[in-house]
Design a protein around this ligand. Sequence first.
Ligand code: AKG
Length: 378
Amino acid sequence: MMSCQAWPEPVVRVQSLAESGISSIPSRYIRPQSQRPSNATTFAPHDHKPSQTDQGHYGHHDHDHVNIPIIDLENLFEEDQILRKEVLRRVDEACREWGFFQVVNHGVSHELMKSGRELWREFFNQPLEVKETYANSPTTYEGYGSRLGVQKGATLDWSDYFFLHYMPSSLRNQAKWPAFPPYIRKVIAEYGEEVVKLGGRMLEVMSTNLGLKEDFLLNAFGGESEVGACLRVNFYPKCPQPDLTLGLSPHSDPGGMTILLPDEFVSGLQVRRGDEWITVKPVPNAFIINIGDQIQVLSNAIYKSVEHRVIVNSNQDRVSLAMFYNPRSDLLIQPAKELVTEERPALYSPMTYDEYRLYIRLNGPCGKAQVESLASQT
Ligand SMILES: O=C(O)CCC(=O)C(=O)O
């Protein structure tokens, strides 16, 4: 299979650039006018418990109230079937209407979420020489990186990241994880275990909601021991000209589903809604969950992956932990036969995730170009 061994140009660490005291950003980071972060929709603060009203604001045009749905998962773990069904209904509606939602009472320890964020921030605040010992290459992307894609001369994003494999355990190699700050490896392992468990539950909910057997999606991903899970920790440094650049270019996630722990204090994630970009303001202790391209394919586009991007600012840096929950990379992914009918024929041909992700590994984030081009080939 084609892959790329090395970066096409010397790698520049965005954090070092930001800390060098520049007042204007290099041209490599400046986006064409039409792709700059203007006119985004932000919604009002959320210092109240998620309510029916929050969850029902689909398509509302009063921008102060637009938000991705916020869903309380508490009743998912209850015996009461009526309460459980209501949670299922809300998740289904969010998957169909938005492809993005926040969850609270998800079962992952808040302490672990906090430690994860803090330890990763400490990792990025270490001297450059220490981080460089983990420098990555485009062959696997594992380690400390500053770009996605290997196109020479491409416009670059204003962020650095650390990428590691958590599942399957055969790919988990703690020697490639940061050794400092103390406890970071232990916290990554514990965090991974809890978030992967949450991912498994969400796949059950989505399978049930699609009218499939509860374990359908997990099995399509290779089963509990073979499912893929990898963590990308994004670090978005302060930027002297945030209006000219993006922290992360528009993209849909190529994998199955993403469970994102956003920065507690700094917003930046924007979700596409028609022609608008909605800035998500994270709810305390919530995760943001979004559908990836592989669930779009498996559900025959009943659920859709949604484009998102990240904006930066000049006052505060930002950290986010994205756990990508993916199919085992050598399994063929195709629409579930139960979801293919005469009226709704299969929209996608079978393809392994290995083949699929090569596109983003070579080209970097490209909106929804890849999954849309797949549909047009059938
Ligand atoms: O930083 C964020 O809020 C989003 C990150 C993201 O979209 C990604 O890592 O793919």
